[in-house]
Design a protein around this ligand. Structure first.
Ligand SMILES: Nc1ncnc2c1ncn2[C@@H]1O[C@H](COP(=O)(O)OP(=O)(O)OP(=O)(O)O)[C@@H](O)[C@H]1O
Ligand SMILES: [Mg+2]
Length: 334
């Protein structure tokens, strides 16, 4: 946004392709770098809201109330907090947790997370309710305008599909990231998604597509599919929309079984498993993203990435050394 936060939207027509996961990790990494971050949950499923601690259903006011002119910014904007030791987010909609949070804030045990404009299932009516609104397309943009000078980054999570909430997000954004799993069905929708981005670009000329981020990469077939996207799908899209210059991020994120636990605990992968290979991959992606947008936070992200890689390699070498030692001792005994 002009004279303020850089607004990033994460979108894909397909459901379950790690949009929310990537929003939560991106927001947390930027927050840890010291950036002022606002997360906007534009998805009525409210998964991002949940991931930052809040039970969506318990909230009287959400982003949607703001869009409908039924709440003030003060009523909707939330601070988030996580516990320094457990790295789990507090749920301030729960009486007991709120009281605990108040005590933990005093004792400096609770730490601020990114700010949040939450959402819940009531926004599922948005498609129809926004229809008669003469300026429905710019509602999110208008909400974010007065907030832009208070943040370095505003990060928007969208719902699967190309409905009015997603279009609203494109009209409010500077950059789009397309998270995707490298399989046929998730990538099939990218052409359709690019058509909608191109329509939004007619009205929002500042909109830049940063690229496709492949996640949950596990099999050789995934790698073959990533090649296929590079060689066939990207050239087709770029022929139709030459301004878009669509690419894939060089970094990709591997599959891991650890996400279920982190999500169930209401923690954040970057906090819970800070030195793990997946977190390091996410830091690599963040550095790439910040380089692409020429952000002043790029150097910090790169330093963090390099430091984590060095530590990871040292730890791997230590473990390898121990393994060899054990094997040698075993050999001597035999
Ligand atoms: N690298 C990973 N390895 C394994 N599982 C992952 C990984 N990243 C995300 N997941 C899991 O994939 C599932 C889908 O992710 P997520 O909810 O972020 O997708 P989404 O695109 O936001 O879905 P929706 O379209 O419903 O909003 C979640 O269960 C999440 O924990
Ligand atoms: Mg989601």
């Amino acid at each position: 946004m002009k004279d303020g936060a850089q607004v990033l939207v994460f979108a894909n027509v397909k459901g379950g392709v790690t949009k929310t996961t990537t929003v939560l990790t991106t927001a947390m990494m930027l927050h840890l770098l010291g950036a002022r971050v606002l997360v906007v949950d534009a998805d009525p499923q409210g998964n991002t809201t949940d991931g930052l601690g809040y039970t969506g259903g318990a909230l009287a006011y959400t982003l949607y109330s703001l869009m409908m002119g039924k709440a003030s910014l003060e009523q909707v904007l939330k601070r988030t907090y996580f516990n320094r030791t457990t790295r789990v987010f507090y749920d301030p909609t729960d009486d007991e947790e709120r009281q605990q949070l108040e005590r933990d804030v005093q004792e400096k045990q609770a730490v601020r997370g990114p700010d949040l404009l939450p959402n819940n299932l009531r926004a599922a009516a948005a498609e129809n309710e926004l229809l008669p609104h003469p300026a429905w397309g710019s509602l999110i943009k208008d909400i974010l305008l007065p907030l832009a000078s208070h943040y370095d980054f505003i990060i928007i999570d969208t719902n699967p599909g190309l409905g009015k909430l997603t279009v609203n997000s494109f009209l409010a954004a500077d950059y789009v990231v397309i998270p995707s799993i490298p399989e046929r069905w998730p990538t099939d929708g990218i052409t359709l998604l690019c058509g909608t981005i191109a329509n939004a670009h007619e009205q929002n000329k500042a909109l830049t597509v940063l690229g496709i981020l492949f996640t949950r990469v596990r099999y050789a077939e995934h790698r073959r599919h990533m090649e296929r996207v590079q060689q066939t799908i990207l050239p087709q899209i770029n022929q139709t929309f030459p301004w878009m210059k669509l690419t894939c991020f060089e970094t990709y994120i591997n599959e891991t079984a650890n996400f279920s636990r982190v999500t169930n605990e209401r923690s954040n992968y970057i906090l819970a498993l800070a030195n793990d290979a997946i977190s390091i991959m996410y830091w690599g992606y963040l550095a790439e993203l910040l380089r692409k947008i020429g952000s002043p936070f790029f150097e910090k992200a790169r330093t963090m990435y390099q430091q984590l890689v060095t530590e990871y390699k040292a730890e791997q070498a230590r473990l390898e050394g121990k393994k060899q030692q054990r094997a040698e001792i075993g050999g001597e005994r035999r």
